[in-house]
Write a protein that binds this ligand. Structure first.
Ligand code: HT7
Ligand code: ZN
Length: 847
């Protein structure tokens, strides 16, 4: 067990002033020389050993101040004993050999289809050379790359190049996790940029030859992100070049290496023919996210990995603001809350729950979670709401000036808010240190003159945290009078006690709109009549709560269908129709309103109500619900679909994307009553991937589309990113009884390259996400996913461990399913040689 504790933090023994690296690239035997200029750290008293991390490195030579040293590394690094070290600045030089072509874990220096690339966050640099691989060791890097490949890139500014070599110099001290190197046969899509203060920057997106005409949207997103960070946060770029590289084999979405961002190619490459509107949206958001890290992550980094949310929560918050500004704040908020509930609430309510700032870990890669990222962003949103926009801006300015160049902590972050506002944030800090989703119960009273709203919070126990003190919860409230007029505009109530009552003078009994904008990541419990929900759906001025009212209505209806065999009533169907056909509303909002509750969401809701969910029944009732909606709206659907046709060429902007989303939502409903005629015609006539794949999904959903699937494969077999969609779609739309079989068949497909993380996720991840199929009573879904995780684990533990979260929801289900999941977890735990990554996840998930 290698548990690391936050409470054990100590500064590193030495300071690293400068690092000079030379890479002689070769697939099977790359030589890396590293010259570290070091000095004792005055923050650590007395003479200290120098411990350098290193894993899987063949040490060829070691010199201290130029003199050879005969020391043997152990499994995890190399120690130079204090007695050998001078009490003044000194140098350590190492030469190691590594084999990038044999690196299947995609961490450190590896190869992806002939191209060299690196992934160092969190602890990958130690697989490249011996080094203090921790984020609080910040140094200046100079890099020389020797290779015959035409494009040789590293961090910082170019510092010279010639035949077979290139040098790079990064003037900004950085932790090793931000190091990057790329070498390959690449071409650039380039554009110039001038910063607000007049500094020219060369922007390049490097891709494989042939892909350069699919970079325009990523470049446009980058330029808009750079401008936005200048205008909204006053942050300018700080190097003469900014390079982005697209890589096909990548464990996550992208990586913010200083001046050299590396991206999963699916989040860079886009054309109307190959990328959906969702893809365009994700590209814009991820390009922005990685760019924003230049200040929130790179210029100000994390002292240790427990502080991960310091950069990730803040950067997610910033990318959410950016997308809201670029597109629609209302739609973005709804999408973010859907994601938060689907991923983070699910995590927070199960065996993997952990605080936004965890206090121990075995494998840090297992903590790149929805809690650290998405709840981390929610916490910042709450802080902003509590202090107000102006003080938020002042606090951020102070953060950037006070901590530029630092490896900072959550304490540093909260202190800037305390200093700017004079508030004590000790209670607020519990959002960082305590896991679990608070439940806020609401009761109300009106005595003819005063309306009283009583809010009570409970903070559920989570692993290792049985009891919790109350949190400071910002509850945004509005009041409407019965004719729909707003009598109290949005006001933030601060719930700090276990129970508090807030009073408002009003001569009419108001309808409250509580938790507007989803002002805190909590579960709201309140007895609400369907009439009141319908009233808010029709009248609420807060777009989030307007949508939320419709959502809650739909969930109530579906819950009664599942538990009582009820049928959707005309009131709900009429309310839904009013939104669907209301031309004063944004089409993207209407599309979201038409989206039925997800099966996994329904299972969580039933579990919270004390009912063990039956996945097969949820699947069947949700389909019955879709059919009832389809029949009710059918007469008006063809006209709606026609009215939303976009004349002219495809544009990926939010307005056009929203219209396509509503059009496809309507097409999906119509397919249930017209036998797929309209969807087949839409598919045949589609000139963009959104409609091509969206109409194919409509057909698969009604048991058709076999010919279209085959044609799609023939058309796109050369394109990996498009073929991922082809794989995933078939599994997503497979009925529960068939999902495991369809998945097995696809794993036998010659294009199922399971070592490629995108393809593995497209197939095995799609089965895990098919609620009815994964949780099939036979256990076939569980077995198949566990089999594949065990197969992937020895090659790529990081991705195997991440995908094991499919099993985290087992406590919701009946005893038979629980036993099946426990059996799979036990099988995984008992497998010899299981990685530390997967072993930690499995151990945390076992009862
Ligand atoms: N900071 C990065 C997180 C990350 C990562 C990225 C790619 C491969 C492995 C990784 N491990 C951690 C991405 C981000 O949040 O922006
Ligand atoms: Zn990030």
């Amino acid at each position: 067990d290698r548990t690391v504790f936050l409470s054990d933090y100590q500064p590193f023994t030495h300071l690293v002033e400068q690092v000079a690296l030379t890479f002689r690239l070769s697939p099977g035997a790359t030589r890396v020389t590293a010259r570290l200029s070091l000095a004792p750290n005055p923050a650590r008293a007395g003479r200290q050993d120098l411990r350098l991390d290193g894993e899987g490195l063949t040490l060829l030579s070691l010199r201290l101040n130029g003199a050879p040293l005969a020391l043997t590394p152990d499994e995890t690094g190399l120690t130079i004993p204090a007695g050998l070290l001078p009490d003044a600045p000194f140098t350590v030089e190492t030469e190691v050999e590594i084999a990038p072509e044999a690196n299947t874990a995609l961490e450190g220096l590896y190869m992806s289809r002939g191209m060299y690339c690196t992934q160092c966050e969190a602890e990958g640099f130690r697989k490249i050379t011996f080094y203090p691989d921790r984020p609080d060791v910040m140094a200046r890097f100079r890099v020389r790359i020797e290779s015959d490949l035409p494009v040789l890139l590293s961090n910082g500014n170019p510092a010279g190049q010639g035949p077979g070599w290139a040098e790079w110099d990064d003037p900004w001290p950085k932790p090793a996790y931000l190091f990057a190197l790329v070498a390959g046969d690449l071409v650039a899509h380039s554009a110039p940029f001038t910063t607000a203060s007049g500094m020219p920057v060369a922007l390049n997106i490097w891709v494989r030859p042939g892909d350069q005409d699919r970079c325009a949207y990523a470049m446009d997103s980058l330029i808009r992100s750079m401008r936005w960070d200048e205008q909204v946060y006053g942050r300018e770029y700080d190097l003469s070049v900014f390079n982005i590289v697209a890589v096909d084999d990548f464990n996550m979405g992208a990586m913010e290496n200083k001046g050299l961002n590396i991206f999963n190619s699916k989040f860079v490459l886009a054309s109307p023919e190959t990328a959906t509107d969702d893809d365009f949206g994700r590209i814009e958001a991820i390009i922005a996210h990685e760019y924003f890290h230049n200040w929130t992550g790179n210029r100000i980094t994390c002292r240790d990995w427990f502080q991960l949310c310091l950069k990730e929560g803040l950067t997610v918050f910033r990318d959410q603001q950016f997308t809201g500004d670029m597109r629609s704040h209302a739609v973005k908020r709804i999408e973010d809350v859907l994601l938060l509930r689907a991923r983070q609430f699910r995590e927070d309510g199960g065996p993997l729950a952990h605080p936004v700032r965890p206090d121990s870990f075995v494998e840090i890669n297992n903590f790149y979670t929805a809690t650290v990222y998405e709840k981390g962003a929610e916490v910042i949103g709450m802080l902003r709401r509590l202090v107000g926009d102006a003080d938020y801006a002042r606090a951020l300015d102070l953060y950037f000036t006070r901590h530029d160049g630092d490896a900072a902590t959550i304490e540093d972050w909260l202190k800037v808010f305390e200093d700017v506002t004079g508030r004590d944030l000790a209670q607020f800090k519990r959002w960082y240190t305590e896991a679990g989703t608070p439940v806020v119960k609401v009761t109300e009273d009106w005595d003819g003159a005063t309306y009283s709203l009583t809010l009570s919070q409970t903070n559920p126990p989570t692993p290792g945290q049985p009891e919790k003190a109350p949190k400071l919860i910002p509850v945004a409230l509005g009041l409407l009078n019965p004719n729909g007029d707003e009598i109290l505009p949005t006001t933030v109530l601060e719930l700090a006690e276990p129970t508090q009552t807030f009073r408002f003078k009003t001569a009419t009994r108001p309808v409250p709109s509580i938790l507007r904008g989803f002002s805190a990541p909590v579960v709201l419990e309140r007895q609400v009549t369907p009439e009141e929900r319908a009233f808010l759906l029709a009248h609420d001025t807060d777009p989030f709560n307007k949508w939320e009212a419709g959502r809650a209505l739909a969930k109530d209806v579906l819950a009664r269908m599942v538990t009582e065999g009820a049928s959707p009533g005309p009131d709900w169907l009429d309310a839904l129709a009013r939104v669907a056909f209301d031309e004063t509303l944004d089409p993207a909002f209407r599309a979201l309103a038409l989206r039925l509750p997800a099966e996994d969401d329904m299972a969580a809701t039933l579990h919270a109500a004390g009912i063990a969910p039956d996945p097969a029944r949820i699947w069947a009732e949700r389909r019955r619900m879709a059919e009832a909606v389809a029949r009710h709206l059918a007469p008006r659907l063809p006209a709606l679909i026609d009215s939303l046709a976009e004349p002219g060429p495809f544009t990926p902007d939010a307005r056009a994307a929203g219209r396509r989303a509503l059009r496809l939502a309507a097409l999906s409903l119509l397919s249930r009553v017209d036998g797929g005629t309209a969807a087949a015609a839409a598919h045949a006539g589609a000139d963009n991937m959104t409609e091509e794949i969206g109409s194919l999904a409509c057909l698969l959903d009604i048991g058709q589309g076999a010919a279209e699937l085959a044609r799609f494969e023939g058309r796109w077999s050369h394109d990996r990113n498009v073929m991922d969609k082809w794989f995933a779609l078939q599994i997503a739309y497979a009925a529960p009884d068939l999902a495991a079989r369809v998945t097995t068949a696809l794993t036998a497909h010659p294009a199922f390259d399971w070592k490629n993380p995108n393809r593995f996720r497209a197939v095995i991840g799609a089965l895990s996400a098919n609620h009815g199929g994964f949780h099939h009573a036979s256990g076939a879904g569980y077995r198949l996913v566990a089999d594949w995780l065990l197969r992937l684990d020895p090659l790529n533990p990081q991705t195997a461990a991440r995908m094991s979260t499919a099993f985290e929801t087992w406590p919701r289900y009946d005893t038979a399913r629980r036993a099946l999941v426990q059996g799979e977890l036990a099988r995984m735990a008992g497998t010899a040689g299981l990685s530390r990554d997967l072993a930690e996840m499995v151990a945390r998930m076992r009862s």
